[in-house]
Design a protein around this ligand. Structure first.
Ligand code: PFF
Length: 481
């Protein structure tokens, strides 16, 4: 059974978790969300959330993986039995698998755009082009279902190939090449934009904290982004945690993952905004920031074709190391549960997710508007799938925090955290109360019909209070300490 597999080296989990965390979320989503939400204030809320909510849940998720040593679904099934809790907690595994499946479907489409831009940059076809031409180029990519499907297929097939080769040869082997290359490229791009762009303006934009700039919407997005960027609530971290060496320090590893992930987002932000300001362009471009503004900035700079091409290779590599972590939890489950071979399991997961991805592809063209989706849900299929993951992600995170906080026994947790008393107390407080309350608040606040703060705030308190008071309903108290 693959659950008994362990990474080859003690530090491989760190490599894999950083690979999962660092991705389009850091290079594409973080800069455009920051740009849209006025810079520093957004980053402040984002950083606070990473510390108070993200890291505790990250530790919890690794813990559930490492104690169960199985794929998220089978692992949670096992833990509900050994901890005598309701079988309902298995939902954590199912939600994770569902989110991973849904995210992969659109993640691969967006990653496919980088494939297009790598090609365009390296062949020099954008050099000297003006804003209109580059904007029109992006629109014509979005208008072409054929081209988008081609890139989507190539990207997802490459991810599948890596995972299909197994956790050692495929995932570890792949990451050992991809990750160091990413860091080198990131530094090269940073150096390039420091020389050719306006890094002072970028730093001022990112690090001037003016909370008044931040709308409530921005605040919610900052929290959502901290989940997405740390790959939380999707089974990816739990699946990788199942292979983590028992002797590696869980707290130190989790802190390192969060630190590297945040550092990459900030460095990428600095590099990207330095280019944007240096070229006299706008920051509030939304998703087009990476695919319109950045190519435009490179188009006017020395060696723009080469460095721009390398930049998009960075985006591709980061996306690849994340997409493989979306395949693993589901593939591992299929191997464990149905005794399929790894290549069969990977193929099953990836083909289904690829097919679903076609809905994202057509959301930008053939089904851009006026379809059954718009009538039923008021949005495109892509937006609907994204919305689902935005609901599943915090929900999964919330359940993970509650299960790890309330159902795991004290001795188990102490063992996992290496018997460090202060860590233990801080972590347990955060994961029992603060993280669930914060997530519940955000979750309730995102419901379209809730307008003020009161209902979500009271709702969050009720949820956490109910768990604190009613843990005997969920956990056999005889098990506790
Ligand atoms: N953390 C990745 C990013 O920031 O791009 C995205 C991601 C990967 C989310 C894996 C969830 C996941 F399970």
């Amino acid at each position: 059974m693959s659950g008994h597999n362990v990474w080859t080296h003690k530090g491989t989990f760190l490599l894999a978790a950083v690979g999962s965390a660092v991705g389009l979320g850091n290079l594409w989503r973080f800069p455009y969300l920051t740009g849209e939400n006025g810079g520093g204030a957004f980053i402040l809320v984002y950083a606070l959330t990473i510390f108070a909510v993200g890291i505790p849940i990250l530790i919890a998720e690794i813990m559930l993986g490492r104690t169960s040593r199985q794929s998220p679904i089978m692992g949670m099934r096992h833990l509900t039995k050994t901890h005598n809790t309701s079988r309902g907690w298995e939902t954590i595994g199912w939600l994770g698998a569902a989110s991973a499946f849904l995210i992969l479907s659109f993640y691969s489409v967006v990653a496919g755009w980088s494939l297009h831009y790598t090609w365009q940059m390296l062949t020099g076809s954008l050099i000297g082009a003006d804003a209109e031409t580059i904007g029109a180029g992006f629109n014509s990519l979005l208008a072409s279902p054929g081209l988008m499907t081609l890139y989507h297929t190539l990207f997802i097939a490459l991810s599948a190939l890596i995972v299909g080769m197994g956790i050692h040869k495929g995932i570890e082997g792949g990451l050992r090449i991809i990750m160091p290359a990413l860091f080198i490229i990131l530094l090269v791009v940073l150096g390039y934009s420091a020389v050719n762009g306006d890094i002072g303006a970028a730093a001022r934009f990112l690090f001037t904290f003016n909370l008044a700039d931040l709308s409530l919407e921005g605040w919610l997005q900052a929290m959502g982004q901290s989940f997405f960027t740390l790959s939380l609530g999707m089974g990816a971290i739990m699946a990788y945690g199942a292979y983590m060496s028992s002797t590696a320090s869980l707290t130190r590893t989790a802190l390192a993952v969060a630190f590297v992930d945040t550092a990459v987002a900030l460095v990428a932000g600095l590099a990207i905004f330095a280019l944007v300001f240096g070229a006299g362009l706008e920051t509030g471009q939304g998703p087009g920031l990476m695919f319109v503004t950045i190519p435009l900035a490179f188009a006017e700079m020395p060696f723009g074709a080469l460095v721009g091409g390398v930049f998009f290779i960075l985006v591709l590599g980061a996306a690849l190391s994340s997409s493989i972590s979306l395949i693993e939890p589901v593939a591992a489950f299929l191997v464990e549960r149905f005794d399929l071979t790894r290549p069969q399991s990977v193929a099953l997961m990836v083909i289904a997710s690829w097919a679903l991805g076609l809905l994202t592809v057509v959301s930008f063209n053939l089904w851009a508007e006026g379809t059954i989706f718009h009538t039923l849900f008021g949005r495109s299929a892509f937006e609907f799938i994204e919305l689902l993951t935005n609901i599943f992600m915090p929900l999964g995170g919330l359940l993970i925090a509650l299960f790890a906080g309330w159902a795991l026994t004290q001795s188990e947790v102490a063992k996992e955290l290496g018997g460090h008393d202060t860590w233990f107390a801080v972590w347990r407080f955060l994961v029992r109360f603060i993280a669930p309350a914060a997530v519940a608040f955000v979750f309730l606040r995102t419901l379209p019909q809730v307008e003020g703060y009161w209902i979500p705030a009271i709702g969050a308190l009720v949820i956490v209070g109910a768990f604190a008071a009613g843990r005997t309903f969920l956990v056999n108290n005889a098990q506790q300490q």
